[in-house]
Write a protein of this length. Structure first.
Length: 135
């Protein structure tokens, strides 16, 4: 955006300077209520009025963008808060994921142990079928 603004401002500044250099006459102004006579060079008047207009325009642009800057600041605060919340939830997710993997591992170990116990029980039953009972 600054590049485009500079691209527009530079030719305008050059045109105003050339216009001011060409007009080197004097102009006389009379301020009626004070009865004050001012004699000013036209080139100086052109440059001064252009600079004043430029500054007023920049000030107007600054003031008109105040709500946008306020919203931007609020969005930055919200974004910072949400980033902290995201980091906290990410850490909690990692803990829960680690706990879940440990639980899954324990579950697999218990399953294997139950299978082994079931096999052992079956062996014992088969042995008891073919063994003689002592009285």
């Amino acid at each position: 955006m600054n590049f485009i603004r500079t691209l527009i401002e530079l030719p305008v500044f050059l045109i105003v300077i050339v216009l001011a250099a060409i007009n080197s006459d004097f102009a006389e102004f009379v301020l009626k209520p004070f009865n004050l006579h001012l004699k000013i060079s036209t080139s100086v008047l052109i440059v001064v009025l252009f600079v004043v207009g430029y500054l007023i325009g920049r000030l107007d642009g600054y003031v008109s963008n105040a709500p946008l800057r306020s919203k931007l600041r609020q969005h930055k605060k919200d974004n910072k808060f949400l980033n902290k919340e995201h980091e906290k939830l990410h850490k909690e997710h990692e803990k829960l994921s680690a706990n879940f993997s440990n639980l899954r591992e324990n579950f697999e170990n218990i399953k294997i142990k139950e299978r082994e116990d079931a096999k052992k029980m079956m062996k014992d039953r088969f042995k008891s079928l073919f063994s003689f009972k002592k009285k």
